[in-house]
Design a protein around this ligand. Structure first.
Ligand code: HEM
Length: 133
């Protein structure tokens, strides 16, 4: 299985970027007062991409030695992932006003960026690592 590690990681990264793009587009559509972000095919595309993202993530997890997560980057990444999902739900659906949705949207995008940067840096601080000496 380990021989497929690079391919599975590529799928994980590609799905992560696709998932972020779909959310960015849907959120922008909601803020623009459009209806298509709630259409079933759009929602199912989003679920499918997220399922592929998670499946690839779990496959990577089973292949890596625990030592790779010793500094806690994966734990922080997963916690922020939960924060991102909650913010995303409020940005697309549950936010009461357009202003509230806009706030949740921006916060969700910032959180997504942090999840990405933590993954890239393999550090719980993500890109902030560069400023921490
Ligand atoms: C929005 C969600 C996610 C994003 C944006 C994301 C992003 C990334 C990126 C960019 C990498 C590549 C890091 C590198 O270049 O070295 C990566 C690797 C990885 N991710 Fe994710 N990921 C997400 C969700 C998850 C989840 C839910 C899990 C675990 C359940 C996970 C586990 C992993 C693992 C184990 C690696 C392999 C690290 C390596 O080989 O370097 N990811 N992720």
């Amino acid at each position: 299985m380990i021989e497929f590690y690079p391919q599975i990681k590529s799928i994980h990264i590609a799905m992560a970027i696709t998932s972020g793009l779909i959310f960015a587009l849907r959120g922008a559509g909601v803020l623009a007062g459009m209806r298509w972000p709630h259409w079933l095919p759009v929602r199912w595309t989003s679920y499918t991409v997220d399922t592929a993202l998670l499946t690839a993530a779990l496959m990577l997890l089973t292949m890596l030695p625990g030592a790779m997560f010793a500094n806690g980057w994966l734990t922080v990444k997963l916690l922020l992932l939960v924060v991102y999902i909650v913010l995303g739900v409020f940005a697309i659906k549950r936010g009461r006003t357009r202003l509230a949705k806009a706030g949740f949207y921006v916060a969700a995008l910032v959180t997504f960026g942090m999840v990405y940067s933590i993954a890239r840096a393999h550090s719980p601080w993500g890109f902030l690592n560069a400023f921490l000496g």
